[in-house]
Design a protein around this ligand. Structure first.
Ligand SMILES: NC(=O)N[C@@H](CC(=O)O)C(=O)O
Ligand SMILES: [Zn+2]
Ligand SMILES: [Zn+2]
Length: 346
């Protein structure tokens, strides 16, 4: 098969940032995707409904003329989040999920949750109204090895939260382990899992062997190959629990290529051809539609996009730019390390 047409895909986990970076990266996502769940980890974070409404306006302004890209807004859960404010923002249609960051887990997560008892009221309200909770699934206790943080989170935080809050709809985001795949797929339809583009392609050797590669460093950090294979199997299975969340997370090169480099891979520009490559290699091109276009809307109870996107395979590989230039500075594009012959038809 040299061509495949899908309902226009959505990205269920995306960082667009703000200001000059937002202006630089928003068009990269809007080119291929119809909608995206927009992460709220700005500085300061998007906490209240009013913050989300203002951020949404800034995103719309950053889009190319005529774009119909739709940002789906989220709120950053803090220990002070007001359940009524969340309910109001959800009822108006503005907010589609609330995001839980364990304090200190990742980029700009200092306002995240330390004491889960303090957010119980908000979680109960969310269960009542059916508003999904998106979780960055890593514990942050210093004694837990960074490669074990996801598995420990499932056992000590995620599963207890779900048991304590029946009916809460949860997305475990950017899963990176077989433990994550097994947990999500063993649960009912109130549990979803997003998988990124880069975790389908790299394992931890790519980050560390032959010299440290800052542009492959993200959180949760890529794990060993057995885990990557479990993610590929889950993504290409068609299983409705799993859908695309690129976690495209731009940082300027100066912030990544540093003595203390930021976490995040930038994949907004080349995700769809990369996915076509990965799915074709598994003999599962026919499952790309479920992963990128259908399972996410089904979980979020939104319609599948009516517009379509066509991918074509040609002899000529892509020659993506190494970097995109933004007003904030250059941002290096994720490099899969192999030629990719799939292209989005324009
Ligand atoms: N994924 C990352 O490595 N980084 C994200 C934060 C996140 O999603 O955890 C970012 O905001 O830079
Ligand atoms: Zn995260
Ligand atoms: Zn993220």
């Amino acid at each position: 098969m040299n061509s495949i047409t899908l309902p226009r895909p959505d990205d269920w986990h995306l960082h667009l940032r703000d200001g000059a970076m937002l202006e630089g990266v928003a068009p990269e996502t809007a080119r291929d995707f119809a909608r995206a769940i927009i992460m709220p980890n700005l500085v300061p974070p998007v906490v209240r409904g009013d913050d989300a409404a203002a951020y949404r306006e800034r995103i719309l302004k950053a889009l190319p003329e005529g774009s119909d890209f739709e940002p789906l807004m989220t709120l950053y859960l803090t220990e002070k989040t007001d359940a009524e404010d969340v309910a109001k923002a959800a009822a108006s249609g503005l907010v589609k999920a609330v995001k839980l960051y364990p304090a200190g887990a990742t980029t700009n997560s200092d306002s995240g949750v330390r004491d889960f008892d303090k957010v119980r009221g908000v979680l109960e309200k969310m269960a009542e109204i059916g508003l999904p909770l998106c979780v960055h699934g890593e514990v942050t206790r210093p004694e837990v090895d960074i490669f074990d943080r996801e598995a420990v989170f499932i056992e000590t935080v995620l599963d207890p939260i779900r048991r304590a809050t029946p009916g809460l709809r949860v997305v475990m985001e950017h899963i990176t382990t077989k433990d994550g795949v097994d947990y999500v797929s063993s649960q009912g339809e109130d549990m979803g899992g997003t998988i990124t583009t880069h975790h389908l392609i790299i394992n931890r050797n790519h980050i560390l062997v032959g010299g440290i590669k800052p542009h492959y460093y993200c959180l949760p950090v890529a794990k060993r190959e057995t885990h990557r294979l479990a993610l590929v199997a889950a993504a290409t299975s068609g299983n409705p629990h799993f859908f695309l969340g690129t976690d495209s997370a731009p940082h300027v090169d100066a912030a990544k290529e540093s003595g203390c480099g930021c976490a995040g891979c930038f994949t907004a520009t080349n995700t769809m051809p990369l996915l076509a490559h990965v799915f074709e290699a598994e003999g599962a091109l026919d499952k790309l539609e479920a992963f990128a276009s259908r399972n996410g809307p089904a979980f979020y109870r939104l319609p599948v996009n009516e517009a379509t996107l066509t991918l074509e395979k040609t002899d000529q590989p892509n020659n993506w730019p190494a970097k995109i230039e933004t007003g904030a500075g250059p941002v290096t594009l994720f490099d899969p390390g192999f030629p990719v012959h799939w292209h989005v038809k324009r």
